[in-house]
Design a protein around this ligand. Structure first.
Ligand code: GLN
Length: 192
């Protein structure tokens, strides 16, 4: 099996390192059109969603990734990656969204860089022990469509959601020692 990490900007090597600890298949950088087609699962990292989105469009990768997601390739988006997977960003027209996850997002709603924080969250799908989640200029999930499963909440709002083959996290699992969200995603890839 082969996992691809969209490698345009953001926390690319952190994701690659984290997956290599729990995955014995190949982890490749997805940088150009065509790369994503070689992957059994795709990770869209955190960073700056407008930068990543623009580059995906310019490189002709956006439509390809969207089609793969629609056809069932498992995808995990974290932070900026969650924004790109979403169908709608509150308060702004965006043409770069992949629209694969039925959620409405508000960018930077948890505050600016210096208001970054860590919080314990609970998610049954990774087991009972609390998970220490790192939030950095995190997007807020304001609304979810029917069919989107809320896996974890913080302060009464969803922070981990899943719709079929798409997993969206508003925090940065690649910055925690705890690799249970990577394992959850690998299970999705293995069973797809
Ligand atoms: N605020 C960023 C954005 O809107 C996301 C922050 C992150 O990925 N850490 O793209």
């Amino acid at each position: 099996m082969r996992l691809g990490v969209i490698s345009i900007q953001g926390n690319v090597s952190e994701h690659i390192d984290a997956f290599r600890k729990v995955f014995d298949g190949e982890v490749m950088r997805v940088q150009n059109r065509g790369d994503a087609r070689c992957c059994d699962g795709l990770v869209i990292p955190g960073g700056e969603s407008t930068t990543i989105g623009k580059a995906l469009e310019m490189k002709g990768m956006r439509d390809e990734i969207k089609k793969l997601g629609e056809d069932g390739t498992p995808m995990m988006g974290t932070c900026a990656g969650l924004i790109l997977l979403s169908k709608e960003v509150y308060g702004g027209e965006r043409s770069d969204l992949l629209g694969l996850l039925g959620v409405t997002i508000e960018r930077n709603a948890y505050g600016r860089q210096r208001e970054s924080f860590e919080a314990e969250i609970c998610a049954d799908s990774i087991g009972k022990a609390p998970f220490n989640a790192v939030f950095i200029r995190a997007p807020l999930i304001r609304g979810v469509d029917n069919g989107v499963k809320v896996l974890a909440e913080y302060d009464g709002r969803p922070v981990a959601v899943r719709e079929k083959n798409i997993l969206g996290l508003s925090f940065h699992p690649e910055l925690s020692e705890d690799l249970r969200f990577q394992k959850l995603f690998l299970e999705m890839v293995e069973s797809s």
